[in-house]
Design a binder for this molecule. Sequence first.
Ligand code: CP
Ligand code: NVA
Length: 298
Amino acid sequence: MTQPRHFLAISDYSADELTALLDRAAKLKSGEDQAKLTGQSLAMIFKKSSTRTRVSFEVGMTQLGGHAIFLSDRDSQIGRGETIYDTAKVLSGYVDGIMIRTFGHDEVEELAEHASVPVINALTDLLHPCQVMADLQTVIEEFGPELAARKVAWIGDGNNMANSWINAAWRLGFELRLACPEGYDPDPDILARAGKSVTLTRDPMEAAEGADVVTTDVWASMGQEEEQAEREQAFKGFQVDDALMKRADASAIFLHCLPAHRGEEVMASVIDGPQSRIFPEAENRLHAQKAILLELMG
Ligand code: CP
Ligand code: NVA
């Protein structure tokens, strides 16, 4: 079996390939690119909740002339313990691509190993690459295509979003400064590989200094709900507020993958303020993912 190309991590793609995907996402958004996936089907496996990912992939497939099938672990055999191996083999006989959102990143890798159709990572505990592609599209819309010239500040948990931002900085060469509380660092291997353009500090103000983009995420991700109280203590001082935004460049934008907790990781005055680009960012999930679907399935 020749292995199809998958989209599991931003780090699996070169700078040129990522740039081409982002360029295509812009052309799909403007209507300049009218490519289709007529009659093709995408299976979407969800072991975690979703609003944006589900709707943007489903609408994206419809707009491309194809079809998406929602498979929740609650009402498919996946939730009753059918193996990833059997699921990969069976779905490969029906559909042209598989999207999966789950806990362990190893499950996505196992699915990709055994599927004969492309697999797309729609969030694991380790990575959220589709979201960061949409975020990069939003940054380009604001500042132009020179991503390597940007300074990005990540404030908060060293989670799946942080790890995908590190992969993006590694591949595309922009400066990324992460401010994470002790004990909540990003994945050490991903961080170590990224090199000098990515730095980790305990001081949010230091990370935000002169940044073009300030971004954060919830303090407790899906699957960490029982750690909420403990994390609220650990993340005190890591809130994105007006004082922090003032340390960034005057033209800085604020991004958040959503869903957000106003008053927790970000103040309402920031997320609902003039520097926030959260809704174009959310919309760009649709365009960025259509570019990925076309690249893999077209
Ligand atoms: N940002 C994001 O992935 O949102 P959903 O969990 O709603 O899909
Ligand atoms: N880090 C968050 C992102 C949600 C889109 C989570 O994994 O729950």
